[in-house]
Structures are given as C-alpha cells and as structure tokens.
Design a protein around this ligand. Sequence first.
Ligand SMILES: Cc1cc2nc3c(=O)[nH]c(=O)nc-3n(C[C@H](O)[C@H](O)[C@H](O)COP(=O)(O)O)c2cc1C
Length: 320
Amino acid sequence: VTLRTAFTELVGVRHPIALAPMGGTAGGALAAAVSNGGGLGLVGGGREEVDWLERELRIVTENTSKPWGIGFLSWGADGHVVERALEYGPAAVMFSFGDPEPFARVVRASSPTAKLIVQVTDLEEARRAVDVGADIVVAQGSEAGGHGGSRATLPFVPAVVDLVAPIPVLAAGGVADGRGLAAALALGASGALVGTRFQASHEALVDAEVVKAILNGHGEDTERGRVLDIARRSPWPERYTARTLRNAFVERWRDRPDELAADTATLDDYQRAASRGDMDVVAVWAGEAIDLITEAQSASDMVGTMAALAEESIRHILEP
Ligand SMILES: Cc1cc2nc3c(=O)[nH]c(=O)nc-3n(C[C@H](O)[C@H](O)[C@H](O)COP(=O)(O)O)c2cc1C
C-alpha cells in the first residue's frame, strides 16, 4: 500500500502528513526535515518578528528541494509580512484562527500557484474556508495541542469532509502515530496535520525541559484554558483557548481569569519566572496524544515511521 491521497497529489508529497505551523517552534530546520521525510513541512509564522521569519525561510529553502510551506494566524498576521514570505516560494500557505479572507486575496494575487490551506475549528469557519477558495481545509479537534476550539476530532473531521467536499481535508488534533493517521484517512480525510509530536523532534525549536515534559506527560495532564495567554499578556481572541500541560500557575488561576488580568504584579512575576524557564509557570503546549510520544526522534524518521505504521494498520484491518 502507498497512501496516495488528494492531498499528496495536490501538493506533490510522498506521505499524507503535514507539520503543524507551530509559531516559533516549527522553524526552517524542522519544516525542511519534514519535507525531506516526504511530508509537507510548514514553518510556524505565528506572532514572530519578520526577521525571525526571514531567517527561518532562508533555512528551509537552503535545506530542502521538496515542497514546503508556511502558516500564519489570521487574527494577527500582517499582509506585508505574508507578501514577504511568498517571495521565498512556498508551495502552500496556511491561515488559522480568524477570518482568512484578506490574506487569501494576498496569496492569490502574489503567488497563484501556492496552495491555500485554512485550518478550521467549527462548521462556520469551514464554510468560510470554502467561500475564500481554500485548496485544503484542516479540521482541528480540541484534542490538539496549542490553540483551538471545542469540537472533538472524531466526529468533527467527517462533518467537515462532507461539508467542504470535494476540497481535501487534513485531520488535526490527537494524531501522533500511524494509527491516528490511518484513523484520519478512515474518517475521509486526505491526511493529518501533526503538531505536538513534532515538538519532540531533534529539529524543533523547543527547550529540552519542554521536550522532557512532553515525553513524560499524559493526555489527562493537559487542559484547555486562557490562563496562560492572560499571564503572557497575549492578545489571543477569547474564543480560542489553548491546550497545555497543567502546571502550578494554571491550578492557581484557572477559576479567576479576570482577577489575574488585573493583577499587574502577578503578571510581572509571571514574565520573570517564564523567562527563567520555571516549569511551574511555562506554557507547554501539548495535545491529548502525548501518551503516544515516548522518545525524541528526527522529524524525517517520524514522518516515515508514521506513514509505514498507518499502512500497516490499514493492511491489518483488511487482513487481520
Ligand atoms: C506548540 C504548538 C504551537 C502551535 N502554534 C500554532 C500556530 O502558530 N498556528 C497554527 O495554525 N496552529 C498552531 N498550533 C496548532 C496546530 O496547527 C495543530 O492544530 C495541532 O498541533 C494539531 O494537534 P496535535 O498537537 O494533537 O498534533 C500549535 C500547536 C502546538 C502544539
């Protein structure tokens, strides 16, 4: 079996796996490694400075000749920065969390061949993705690490597949191995977009302590909330909560977000502790699938192993 799907055909990759464009974490080296491994590597534009972005885009272009892409936050991106990024020749540009419409126009105008990927967290966003002409829709369930909505991956993915057909869909949220990829394909998706798992790759821009916490953590140690965004003074729209590992700071402030927002002394303390890397406060963005992540690997190996195990899972279902 080779897992050829509408996604692999459309972007010209070997395996139906995309790297989530994790802001600041998915730099050029990680995106290139995923692309070299046969997936689609996406650099995480997030809320990074343009200098960071240009450095990472140079790294990805120097390190792979395979298709790669870049992702932005629709609520916080700057059209000029998107235009700058397009000059590096991404095969795909992804937008998440907010209205992609203004950026979709920028992409179509400056880079007609780049595929437009839109990540959605509910059906309204999925309809909007169709309206703006998305080439690929990512249906993200709340199992996901980092920011997102409240739908669960298992029922949400096929609902989006039906709604946006014939546009190919990638499943996101809770996929961390070949079994999850096989499940995504069974749900009608054309592949999976994987974030948390790739944080434990050698190429991710992640602190060693954070990787250790992910390798040791379990799904039930994670929860969604806004406390860490408030603490970081990060202007994320309220509707997008983030899944992180629970820590002492979350335990303390979970039920008092407004009080926290007004407590400038605590916010200042938070900033100091977070910049020291104090694991009682640091936000470790991690999804429910962390049970399945037990060793750090190279990202290319992760892609190959995930694809091979997905093929094996499917074969095993057909011929037990
Ligand atoms: C550390 C981290 C950072 C993330 N940053 C972004 C981001 O900047 N933009 C974005 O579209 N999605 C971001 N996401 C969400 C991913 O796009 C994706 O939906 C999610 O990682 C999939 O679920 P998984 O973590 O279970 O694989 C992030 C996820 C993680 C774990």
